[in-house]
Design a protein around this ligand. Structure first.
Ligand code: S3P
Length: 450
């Protein structure tokens, strides 16, 4: 089932060269944060290039429920009139974050140190995901949570009336957890300190600094130590959201495996905490170049050019790189299927608690399509079949997971027989223009009757 409505089955078949420009939507992580930080500042934040995927639209709706004025001006232009740190109102109804772990976890952090309560829910995927990873640190500030067994949604969070600042070492590599703690720290007096052993995406830190918070980051033997001074007055910003490297991954990977392809993907955010996939692909022998490298709005940006790469070789992906490409392992496993030799991915336990268990979802779909995959609790190995040798022909389940659906549609672009996805509906959460964008490049993706 898609998150909102009936399943949308799609098939993808081998196609001629993919060519042209792929203008992918705005960055999902930065879009969520723009709305939330805009809502926590005093005055009007202007946002251009906001991702208008369902995940972000659900966060926009939530910010309205907490009292901010959020306006869609059309064409990706949005404004948020914020209520200031500590200014959130208690929502009248339940906050439905749909499919979005980022949305719910960051919003829980943002409200945890205000004297209000809110009840959160989501779709079947989100309601199955672990929330204790955020409610545990939020309890240290004084917030209380009441959820279902195993710390699952639906859940009510009662914000702390007299919050205390917290020093917290994040036990799993998670930017969502780090960000939830930092956002909670905004309305606690004194200094909140977050320590992460492995660097995860740092958009929250960069954006908090941009909004005028006092925040410092120090690299130490324990890891990155982030210190935030609470109760600042955040100043509204003008934000240009860069295009999402996690969405760029799909046209880039498709171009690498479809013979004759040459695709330009302009204006992609290449923050080093996000760009691990592209480094990995280049190590595998991908013809992938960065053109017109520049800095926009404090984030490194480049135009990516991907061409068909007939001599891809499997590699061992360094586990230390996992956080910087955590959302890209599904589509990497597709590219790995067309390489020669094994692609070994270790240190990726977090893949098991994303929108789906992404190791299970990809391993079963790839096997059904003729690719050998081995897997364990925190690792998996894909044995490449070489170009032209991947059979295809099977139907894959997307498990309410946008990235699983898109990965299998990319697979079908270069398999011998077409690949079917049982429900491509979830793609709308992060990449609503995926289907027309890929079709314009030359892909053959078709909707099917159930
Ligand atoms: C995100 C962090 C990552 C990532 C997700 C977006 C964010 O999740 O998978 O798509 O915007 O902070 P984790 O924090 O669970 O690793």
């Amino acid at each position: 089932m898609s998150s909102h409505g009936a399943p949308i089955p799609m098939t993808s078949s081998a196609c001629g060269p993919l060519t042209g420009e792929a203008r992918v939507p705005g960055d999902k992580s930065i879009s969520h944060r723009s709305l939330i930080l805009g809502a926590l500042s005093v005055g009007e934040t202007r946002i251009s290039g906001l991702l208008e995927g369902q995940d972000v639209l659900d966060t926009a709706k939530a910010m309205r429920a907490f009292g901010a004025t959020v306006t869609d001006h059309g064409g990706g232009e949005w404004s948020v009139y914020g209520v200031g740190v500590g200014g959130f109102a208690e929502p009248d109804g339940v906050i439905d974050c749909g499919n979005s772990g980022t949305g719910v976890r960051l919003i829980m952090g943002a409200m945890a140190t205000s004297p209000i309560s809110a009840t959160f829910t989501g779709d079947a995927s989100l309601n199955g995901r672990p929330m204790a990873r955020v409610t545990d640190p939020l309890a240290l500030f004084g917030a209380q949570s009441h959820g279902r067994q195993g710390g699952r949604l639906p859940m009510t969070l009662v914000g702390a009336a007299d919050p205390v600042p917290v020093t917290y070492t994040v036990p799993v590599p998670s930017a969502q957890v780090k960000s939830a703690v930092l956002l909670a720290g905004l309305n606690a007096p004194g200094q909140t300190v977050v320590i992460e052993a492995e660097a995860t995406r740092d958009h929250t830190e960069r954006m908090l600094a941009g909004f005028g918070a006092e925040i410092s980051v120090e690299d130490t033997d324990e890891g990155r130590v982030i210190t935030l001074t609470g109760q600042p007055e955040l100043k509204p910003q003008k934000i240009d959201v860069p295009r999402d490297p996690s969405s760029a991954a799909f046209p880039v990977c498709a171009a690498l495996i479809v013979p004759g392809s040459d695709v330009l993907v302009p204006g992609i955010g290449l923050n080093p905490t996000r760009a691990g996939l592209f480094t990995t692909l280049r190590e595998m022998g991908a013809d992938l170049t960065y053109e017109n490298e520049r800095v926009e709005g404090g984030e490194p940006v480049a135009d990516l050019r991907a061409r068909f790469s007939p001599d891809l070789t499997g590699i061992e992906v360094p586990p230390a790189r996992a956080a910087s490409m955590i959302d890209e392992y599904p589509v990497l496993s597709v590219v790995a299927s067309f390489a020669r030799g094994d692609t070994v991915m270790r240190g990726v336990k977090e893949l098991r608690v994303k929108e789906s268990d992404r190791i299970d979802a990809m391993a079963s779909g790839l096997r059904a399509n003729g690719v050998a995959v081995e897997d364990g609790p925190d690792w998996w190995i894909v044995t490449g079949q070489g170009h032209g040798n991947v059979a295809g022909g099977a139907t894959c389940a997307s498990f309410l997971d946008h990235r699983i659906a898109m990965s299998f549609l990319v697979l079908g672009m270069a398999t011998q027989k077409r690949v079917k996805v049982d429900d491509a509906g979830p793609i709308a959460t992060s990449f609503p223009i995926f289907e027309p964008l890929m079709a314009q490049l030359g892909a053959r993706i078709q909707r099917e009757d159930g």
